[in-house]
Design a protein around this ligand. Sequence first.
Ligand code: ATP
Length: 688
Amino acid sequence: MNKTALQTVLVPTAAMTSVGATQASDFRIVLARWIGVARLWWRCPTEKRRAWLYTAACAGLSLANVLFLLYISYVQNAFQSALSEKDEAGYFKAVLRFLGIIVVAAPFFALTDYVDSCLTVAWRSWLTQHLIRSYFAGHAYFKLKLDPAAIDNPDQRICDDVRAYTATSVSLSITIARKALTCVAFAGLLWSLAPRLAVFLIFYAVAGTWVTVAGFGRRLMHLIYSVLQQEADLRFALVHVRENAESIAFYSGDQREAELARTRLARVIATIFGKVRWEAYLSLWQNTYVYATILLPSLLLYKRYFAGELRFGDLSQAGFAFHTIERALSFIVTRLSDLSQLAAQTDRLDALLATLVAQAEGVPGGVVRKPSTDGSVALEKLTLSTPHGEMLVAKDLSLTLAPGQSLLIVGASGVGKTSLMRAVAGLWSTGSGTIAAPTDMFFLPQRPYMPLGTLRDQLTFPDSYATTAGPSRAAASSKSGAAADGLGGGSSGAGHRRRSGDDGDSGSGDEERGQELAAGGSRRLAILRGNTSSYRRLSSARGEARPDGGARGMLSLDSGGAASTAQDAELRELLETVCLPNLLARVGGLDADADWAHMLSLGEQQRISLARLLYHKPAVAFLDEATSALDTATERALYTQLQQHCRCYISIAHRRQLAAFHTHVLEATGGGAWVLHDATAYLQSLQD
Ligand SMILES: Nc1ncnc2c1ncn2[C@@H]1O[C@H](COP(=O)(O)OP(=O)(O)OP(=O)(O)O)[C@@H](O)[C@H]1O
């Protein structure tokens, strides 16, 4: 998705000027924000027809609902009047009409609920996908982390807040619409029976609403906001432990991590207790308000009834109309908790959208990146700082690396070697100058990344799911891709290179992959092979059930006819190239599925990453301490392969002897200064 398009669909509201978690304290602002977030779906070119169709269906059914209710009140009047007047024929006539209502009403109400639910699910699906696209567009997920104060727990906002926001919005909107129609429908009836009662009711509802909003509204909204934030913080602490389980266990950090989780839990509970206390006060007020109205109709009408001006049925129908309108007008009084919840969720989603817009706009006047036409990497007068300008990484640095050349970046720890790579990748842009580089680049970051999936996925990442395996996967992916297209269109354009050359729509590829992974992998048949017994024991010891019938951990999977594909042969060969000849046999095949980040040693993960690089054959490769965990012999073997397969590469390393595998060396001397050496001369100087 290009930047302008992203901005067009993302900007939720004109009122949205502040970025970050503000406390929604003004109902007008909250309403403007709610409309801003909601209208994204109703204005989306590919979705608006569906959105409006659902809306029209819900509105039509709501209107029919109210007319039903009005009709029922007349039947009830006839029913009760017949009873009080001992009119047997009238009584049975009313009973028959009631039975008729039941026959029509049951399917009608079921249909109403069904359409309401469909609207909720369709809206949630689109909004979640829209946020996911924006979250992955232009590495926004990474940039959000650069300023943790800007937005907390975006994942919770995308999953939980969207779910609750759409469900509560639909339910409250439909309720408000029905209540408004009810007011109109019953106002004439009540006015014709008891005008004084109608006037009194309006004053009563206005006063009750004012007391509720002024006394409870802001405080509850603030408490609900805090609960959402603190619950997300607690969940994040536990996820963090899961992600770093081994390190914590080595440190025996159990106690400290448990304390942190307990502290966060205590904070959530304290806030929840505060919320519960205020909800109890609110409930006390609501009950007083509601019960006070029970006697009112009869108190105001009893004289006319005893004077014979009204029949018993009229009295009861006036009471019914009074209570129906009173419930409609007291909507804010009785649903304040839901409204406060919705306000807090609206605020969180609005802030996330605003931050994503800010990310898409980028920082004006930063480092300029442009594609190079001749395959070279050229830095021109590059001045680079850390994102908030605390440290100068490079000052007026200029250099050109042509195809066929290679560069080793060396320097003290923390001097800014990785930062330079971040700038070339477009992750950092604080500063000035120009970076020209081919679009076909591949980066191996310092910490190897092992995606969720099979061994094949590790080797082909970030290829789309459909291109990495046999026909069943491709079919499933194209199905889910079609579903995704139907739900929103567009793509994030995250920009990862694809070996198959389909990098024009990487966003939808991510969607396909996400949906396919979510489908639980039922497409594959798990056959445990004999040589994977240790992993099998591990899996069964964990005893975690998987949706595809297997167990989490190491699995060997039969890939059917795909076993003999050219890709399989290539991947097997690559594993040998990176000195992992036994891995396939050990894990049980390319389609073995495991928690690779925890199952493989750091050196093995680095070798897998190198195989990934060789598989993609990029024009330029960047390796950030990509062989730091390997022994010298393996490192040298891998660099020899790199020299043969990659025309241009840039490495960062602390082992200066690696200069032997490069044509040039760039040395950081501190304070933003860099010195360029010829590699042979540099090696010579090391020996002197
Ligand atoms: N997101 C960030 N915000 C602010 N400063 C950062 C950020 N990331 C890194 N830094 C700082 O920028 C400096 C350069 O970091 P960088 O990762 O480039 O160092 P390096 O030379 O690669 O170090 P090492 O050899 O230890 O990997 C460090 O002082 C680091 O603390």
